[in-house]
Ligand binder design. Structure first.
Ligand code: HEC
Length: 115
């Protein structure tokens, strides 16, 4: 009987521990710069949105500092990025004119939507 109880308690502790690990993983809800996304960003955005970029742009989003942003800020900015690229606000039209290669294809805009 005592053994039975001990096994029960032990199993319970293991379950709690596993639950804790799983929930800790689920709390990871920032936005990582995945390979797909960073490829586009490196080509079309970092000229302005990086440490070496322009003042206003890097104040709003600096992809070199992405890792240091809070999860909340990453999620918010990722949404803004999608909003901007989907409505054609970013990269700025003037920039695309002088750097046609920076324009995003519909598939690349989808990558931002699914980010
Ligand atoms: C030619 C420079 C330039 C490039 C290239 C550029 N941006 Fe920007 N971006 C700016 C500037 C300047 C601002 C700040 C002024 C503004 O909001 O229009 C800005 C603002 C933003 C904002 C904030 C908008 C807001 O309302 O807070 C987001 C998000 C953004 N850019 C995303 C991007 C993404 C994603 C790319 C690449 C696909 C990109 N930008 C490429 C110059 C640039």
């Amino acid at each position: 009987m005592k053994n039975f109880l001990l096994t029960g308690v032990f199993t319970l502790i293991i379950c709690l521990f596993c639950g804790f690990i799983i929930s800790a993983q689920q709390q990871e809800k920032g936005k990582a710069l995945t390979k797909d996304v960073s490829q586009i960003i490196n080509r079309s955005c970092v000229t302005c949105h990086s440490d070496k970029g322009s003042g206003m742009a890097k104040m709003k989003v600096n992809f070199d500092k992405w890792q240091s942003y809070s999860d909340e800020k990453q999620v918010k900015l990722a949404q803004k990025c999608y909003q901007e690229v989907s409505k054609g606000g970013m990269p700025p039209k003037g920039f695309i004119k002088s750097n046609p290669g920076a324009a995003l294809s519909p598939e690349e805009i989808d990558i931002f939507r699914n980010w």
